[in-house]
Design a protein around this ligand. Structure first.
Ligand code: CO
Length: 646
């Protein structure tokens, strides 16, 4: 264990990082915490909710040359449990001093993983809670599981200024049983996380525990199917990617990664090598918010609206991945470094997985006259992490393809949220998935922030709709149709929703850079499956997550605009983020644009989602449109003959 004094004395070698966006090392995180503790004489009540790289300004990063000295800074969010005060702090690791200490009034930072554990313990120890579960025949608190759910903001005076969660509880029938099979319906312990005490235990009436187990683990499944033969992924010469620090090079792709407690995986400076130079495409890309509103209006379930990014932090909840299970093939793992809330630096080993996958046919043509066949296998580079948010699992996957395509996909699995019903009862707002076990309807909304950088900072965004032309002298047979591009010139014009029947997509171009055909270079954002929320405009959740009402938002780059529902959505009354910023209606043409894409997965639960959901998928694609002079995949070589299809 390194002491504070040792950390403070360590050499200034941290100045000589490979690149300004390299994530903080273990030593840097520990040093930053030691500096602030030493300077401010911080006591036991201070919790470290975030300690990350304070990203240097964009112009510094873009003008960085090998060997340049970089000032390293840590950005921290601290919570004082004694006062409830929140501080945004910047510590210079280069100067070994605090350069910002800012009190942020009336906010609640995200719920910390340590608070999950402490909250469960305090609920189980509460006599009022024990009394409530006794009414339901439960006496063994060891078998009880307590998930702290964010409280939201419903304008209730007693909740204001308190750091609270409303816990949902279940009970296992044995220590390794799937507890989500048996909701302790109607019992809601409300916990003050600053005092770490149960404020009250709400009780909405006894509903019996559902009768059936819902187990899925190896211990319980006895009759596996027996006809599955081995399928091996072999890369005898290793993978085709190179990793240097957090820089990844794969064929013509190049990018860097970071990892934050809030967003998880962050991609930086994505570029593609073309004619001997790396052409920039995206400066920074990450998942910046997620909201899961549930559709059951009854007490206590109407309050379920988890912001999994802003209220929990999908990065802190990242899994440690294991070879051969989560990913297949030649894998490179990256660890994620972050402290726990008490300031002890921990590492999530193997938090990020990098590997290659065969992806079927890249392209093919048979010249039927000569019988000449040309076919190429598609390979994609996969970089991903998986977060467990209490009952649910989310896999967050970026894919890079040989034809210049970038894909983002969320994989939804894990266990659905469950409630108990009386025998014979069904719910209009959910699906019976096992006897007396209900899964409420809900939606998962994601928002990805794309700081676009197509061949330079100044880009424009167009909406492209395909139109059919009325019959006229120039369209006598009624077959005419054409793609029409409309400039989204201001922030209000750039608030858009999908229209699959018009083949709608959004195209980002650099109006100053052209391909050999004279077209401005571009990439299109292609929406996939998507939906809007079914929430009323006046609902609390729409006030707090107004960004859900549009699929596309575009803003001019502002370093302070990072999260579409604001910096501190936990218990926030709302009105922050994209809807607020875009009131300025700033111009967007030929400027440094940030594209925000919202996509929603509508989840009407099925019995087949129980006990563990087979994976659901949702995401979007970014495809080059005139970015290249022709197919960039034409130089992919044929596969060696032993793998060919002859
Ligand atoms: Co779901």
């Amino acid at each position: 264990m390194t002491t504070t004094q040792e950390l403070l004395k360590t050499s200034t070698k941290s100045n000589f990082v490979q690149y300004p966006l390299e994530p903080l090392s273990r030593e840097e995180v520990a040093t930053a915490i030691a500096i602030i503790r030493n300077e401010r004489k911080l006591g036991e009540t201070i919790r470290f909710t975030t300690v990350i790289l304070n990203e240097p300004p964009k112009n510094l990063v873009l003008n960085f040359k090998d060997g340049d000295r970089v000032n390293r800074e840590a950005l921290m969010i601290l919570l004082d449990n004694a006062t409830g005060a929140v501080y945004e702090v910047v510590v210079s690791l280069t100067q070994k001093t605090t350069i910002q200490w800012k009190h942020i009034p009336e906010v609640q930072p995200a719920i910390m993983l340590d608070e999950f554990i402490e909250c469960e313990a305090v609920v189980k120890a509460s006599p009022e809670f024990q009394e409530a579960i006794k009414k339901r025949g439960i006496t063994d608190t060891d078998l009880v599981i307590v998930d702290p759910w964010s409280a939201g903001n419903y304008g209730i005076a007693e909740e204001m200024g308190q750091r609270i969660v409303r816990a949902l509880c279940w009970v296992r029938s044995s220590p390794s049983d799937n507890g989500y099979a048996r909701p302790i319906e109607g019992v809601i312990p409300v916990v003050d996380l600053n005092k770490m005490e149960v404020i009250t235990v709400e009780d909405y009436g006894v509903v019996p525990l559902p009768p059936q187990d819902g187990n899925y683990s190896q211990e319980f499944i006895k009759n596996y199917r027996t006809d599955l033969k081995p399928l091996e992924i072999v890369q005898p010469d290793g993978p085709s990617f190179q990793v240097e620090g957090h820089k990844i090079t794969w064929q013509k792709w190049q990018f860097r990664i970071g990892f934050t407690p809030r967003e998880g995986l962050v991609l930086y400076t994505i570029g593609y090598e073309d004619k001997g130079r790396i052409r920039p495409i995206i400066y920074r890309a990450s998942l910046v918010e997620m909201v899961v509103p549930y559709g059951d209006p009854k007490e206590p379930h109407f309050r379920k609206n988890a912001f999994d990014v802003g209220e929990y932090g999908v990065g802190t909840l990242a899994n440690s991945l294991k070879l051969g299970c989560d990913c297949l093939g030649e894998i490179h793992y990256f660890d994620a470094v972050m402290p726990n809330s008490r300031g002890d630096v921990a590492t999530i080993n193997n938090a990020v997985c990098l590997h290659e996958e065969d992806y079927g046919i890249l392209w093919k043509h048979t010249d039927w006259r000569t019988d000449e066949v040309e076919v190429r296998r598609s390979r994609r580079l996969v970089i991903s992490f998986i977060a467990t948010v209490a009952n649910y699992e989310y896999g967050f996957f970026w894919y890079f393809y040989q034809d210049g395509t970038i894909q983002y996909e969320v994989k939804l699995t894990g266990i659905v949220n469950t409630t108990a019903l009386m025998p014979g009862e069904t719910s209009k707002y959910g699906t019976l998935i096992a006897p007396q076990l209900n899964a409420p309807i809900h939606q998962h909304f994601f928002n990805v922030r794309l700081d676009m950088h197509l061949d330079g900072e100044n880009n424009s965004v167009y909406e492209v709709n395909t139109q059919s032309e009325p019959i006229s002298a120039t369209n006598p047979h009624g077959n005419a149709c054409y793609a029409e591009a409309t400039l989204l010139g201001t922030e209000s014009e750039a608030q858009r929703i999908i229209n699959p029947l018009a083949g709608r997509y959004w195209k980002i171009v650099n109006p100053s850079e052209h391909n050999s055909l004279g077209q401005p270079v571009g990439y299109k954002l292609m929406p996939g499956d998507n939906i809007l929320p079914f929430l009323h405009q006046d609902s609390s959740i729409i006030k707090r997550a107004g960004y859900l009402t549009k699929h596309l938002w575009v803003t001019p780059y502002d370093a302070t605009e990072k999260y579409p529902a604001g910096d501190y959505p936990n218990q926030h009354i709302g009105g922050e983020g994209l809807p607020e910023w875009t009131k300025a209606n700033r111009p967007l043409e030929n400027t440094d644009v940030v594209v925000w894409y919202t996509f929603g997965h509508n989840h009407v639960p099925r019995p087949e989602d129980w006990p563990v959901m087979p994976t659901g998928y949702i995401g979007f694609m970014l495809k080059p449109v005139g970015f290249f002079d022709g197919s960039p995949a034409n130089d992919v070589p044929p596969s060696p003959s032993k793998h060919s299809c002859h």
